[in-house]
Design a protein. Structure first.
Length: 455
């Protein structure tokens, strides 16, 4: 089992992508110029060679094909593909303009190349992933593992792999240290007899000498060792490991988006997306402003103090959906379509979420994000501080957002129970942030707007 070649999937992806990139380039050239490949312009031959070189450099820099069985998922693979393609496009564009031959190349041909490449590479990734999952579920290409030191750990590891049969891990037993003088020989016989690929060691049940013995035996048997610290019961935060010389140090994340990379990516997405919406959506902004002004006397915009990150107050911008004398009704929360405070167009703006558009100004100012927990008025803050203080304090560690999981699934909250329910959804977001998730939530919000499901 352990003599088989490794890295076959990553090598397949690498060479397939190179072939697809070249094929996409040539197909785009044929479509754009309606000519034969034998008549390929020398400038484009040079560009194709440079493109291949740049792709090799980009994937080496980004480590595009460095993945494990566990990290081999569609989201990760597609994300790596898009990042590599974008960086390649930027580099190739830079080379073209630095060579002062920008007018010699067709922008349409380049755009078609990248479009075809992403589409074809995505289809290949889906096909490979599904084929490999079916292959492993059928019992092929599996890995053998055993646990050393703790029978309690078995259930956690077994359950993890049993829920993910597509990973292809099969359990082959437990080894417990008993007679210290014969442990190493017994362990070697245990590993050799079962032909193990991996040995999981629970560090809380093993001393330093036993761990050294396991590693020495594994080296002789060409078996991988995985050391498992037992943090059950007291650590639920995400953790990363960094090395201080030879000492591994576990850093526990005490707040979301604590890494500089996450902060940079999220802020860049917020700014770029907000500017795009403000520019492309300018006609919609003007139409809504006119509609608000014509259907109700009073200002176009509505501002209200909301609670932001770390409990700091800021003024949120919205298109006005309520009458100027709304405070005289003595109501705090939204009452839905039948709310007597709504203007003639107010219900429509809320259902389509168009009233939230001015909040992109808050995002540009850095007071909000595109995606994040909804910013709450002071009376809701006081309510949640009493109903769920620990959870709500965690929400305050990030910038509030224009949209969120809670806003999509629960909508506007009108009472304590709905506020707590929406809070639980938003806590899910903090535990699994990624740029792909932000984009997905934005797309879900667009669907809600188009169908008028907001409230």
């Amino acid at each position: 089992m352990k003599n088989r070649s490794t890295g076959l999937v990553s090598k397949t992806h690498l060479w397939t992508d190179i072939l697809l990139l070249n094929a996409s380039f040539l197909i785009a050239y044929l479509v754009r110029f309606d000519t034969l490949l034998t008549d390929l312009n020398p400038h484009y031959i040079n560009l194709l060679l440079v493109s291949n070189l740049l792709w090799v450099l980009v994937i080496y820099f980004l480590r595009t094909y460095n993945f494990t069985r566990l990290s081999y998922t569609f989201n990760d693979q597609e994300g790596n593909l898009i990042k590599a393609t974008l960086l390649h496009a930027v580099c190739l564009t830079g080379v073209i303009y630095l060579s002062q031959l920008g007018d010699a190349y067709s922008r349409i041909q380049l755009a078609m190349t990248y479009g075809l490449f992403i589409l074809s590479a995505t289809v290949v990734r889906i096909a490979m992933l599904l084929s490999l999952q079916l292959y492993r579920r059928a019992g092929y290409d599996f890995r053998r593992y055993a646990v050393v030191g703790d029978d309690e750990l078995i259930e956690y590891i077994k359950e993890f792999y049993e829920q993910r049969p597509e990973l292809g891990y099969h359990y082959y037993g437990l080894f417990e240290f008993k007679d210290h003088s014969q442990d190493e020989a017994a362990l070697e016989g245990f590993i050799e007899h079962r032909n193990l690929d991996y040995v999981y060691c629970c560090l809380s049940k093993l001393n330093d000498e036993q761990v050294r013995s396991i590693i020495q035996v594994a080296e002789r048997q060409r078996t991988q060792v995985r050391l498992v610290p037992d943090f059950r019961g007291f650590m639920t935060n995400h953790a990363t490991i960094e090395y201080h010389d030879v000492y591994p140090v576990i850093e526990v994340s005490t707040k979301p988006f604590s890494s500089p990379q996450e902060q940079t990516v999220k802020r860049a997405f917020d700014l770029l997306f907000s500017l795009l919406v403000m520019l492309v959506g300018a006609p919609v902004f003007l139409l809504v402003m006119v509609a608000v002004k014509l259907t109700s006397p009073g200002p176009v915009f509505f501002t209200q103090s909301r609670t932001g990150r770390w409990g700091k107050n800021f003024s949120i911008y919205k298109f006005r959906t309520m009458k100027v004398d709304a405070d005289s009704y003595g109501l705090q929360h939204s009452q839905g379509k039948k709310d007597p405070r709504l203007t003639g167009i107010g219900a429509f703006l809320r259902q389509t979420r168009l009233d939230e558009l001015p909040q992109f100004l808050n995002v540009i100012k850095g007071e909000m994000s595109v995606v994040g927990p909804r910013p709450l008025p002071h009376y809701d803050v006081e309510m949640l501080m009493k109903a769920a203080p620990k959870e709500f304090k965690k929400i305050l560690t990030v910038n509030p957002g224009i949209t969120s999981i809670g806003q999509i699934k629960a909508g506007y909250a009108t009472n304590e129970a709905e506020n707590v329910n929406r809070l639980r959804y938003d806590l899910e977001y903090l535990g699994k942030y990624s740029l792909r998730q932000d984009i997905s939530l934005v797309m879900q919000t667009v669907v809600v707007m188009m169908l008028g499901r907001g409230r």
